[in-house]
Design a protein around this ligand. Structure first.
Ligand SMILES: Nc1ncnc2c1ncn2[C@@H]1O[C@H](COP(=O)(O)OP(=O)(O)OP(=O)(O)O)[C@@H](O)[C@H]1O
Length: 244
């Protein structure tokens, strides 16, 4: 469970977060939906403790990431917009390296690498070096790394960008199976179809503020608009930053 209350963050004169509050439950996929520059990435970075907030409170299973960052990071997986792959390592070597950094090893680690490779359908790149990987292949490897230590919370910053139809489906299946295992998933996205098909709850953010939270159906009902994209535009008052 992730609970966020009145979080604010300023970068010089720019107010990235001006008061964000929401909660994300275990066993649910929560979408962070907002126009470009709304503060989604800043919020995710603040949740994992990579940025210090100026104000407000964050509790990840009751733990404040600023007070006990190691405890929070043990239980969290974060897919950022920077993948940090090592070009000379094969996918398997790369995952083994990060698994060992997380205290895993031996047969359980080898088995876990095979599991995530199957979950994300990445057998074809498991023995290849990352040099030359396409955008979609890079995302898969980064996501596999994120899942390796079986995090209880998963934070994803636009995970489906650059993925083809088959990979998008593999990603959705993987997220649905993590949800079924009770994982708390938060996903920043611009893809309305993904939100409608996959997400249980939606947090709408605009200009660093929470504008609304509810299931896609609730947001449509609340705005009196049948289609989520139009409901979103009505909530944030702009057509900026939407992908079909
Ligand atoms: N390190 C930084 N220094 C200065 N300004 C920043 C910094 N990081 C973010 N910002 C600003 O904070 C605001 C929120 O940015 P953020 O990247 O969180 O938005 P976002 O919702 O993830 O946008 P997008 O959908 O375009 O990825 C923007 O105005 C951005 O320019």
């Amino acid at each position: 469970m992730i609970e966020v209350q009145e979080v604010r963050k300023q970068f010089g004169a720019v107010q990235a977060l001006g008061g964000v509050s929401f909660s994300a439950r275990d066993g649910q996929i929560t979408a962070l939906l907002g126009p470009n520059g709304a503060g989604k990435t800043t919020l995710l970075r603040t949740l994992v403790g990579l940025l210090r907030r100026d104000h407000g409170s964050i509790a990840i299973d009751g733990v404040d990431p600023e007070k006990d960052p190691l405890a929070v990071r043990r239980n969290i997986g974060f897919l950022t917009d920077q993948f940090g792959l090592y070009e000379r390592l094969s996918t398997r070597e790369y995952l083994a390296y990060f698994g060992e950094l997380n205290g895993m090893g031996g047969a359980p680690l080898r088995q876990r690498i095979d599991e995530v490779a199957e979950l994300l359908q990445m057998d074809d790149i498991l023995e290849r070096r990352a040099k030359g990987f396409s955008q979609g292949q890079r995302i898969k490897v980064a996501l596999a790394r994120t899942l390796l230590h079986r995090p209880r919370h998963l934070l994803l910053d636009e995970p489906s960008r650059g993925l083809d139809v088959m990979s998008t489906r593999a990603l959705r299946r993987a997220l649905a199976s993590l949800r079924a295992e009770g994982c708390c998933v938060i996903m920043a996205t611009h893809v309305m179809q993904e939100v409608t098909h996959l997400c249980d709850d939606v947090v709408v953010i605009a200009k660093g503020h929470t504008v609304a939270q509810g299931s896609p159906e609730e947001l449509c009902r609340r705005t009196g608009i049948a289609n989520l994209e139009d409901a979103f535009v009505s909530l944030v008052g702009t057509e900026e930053g939407i992908a079909a």
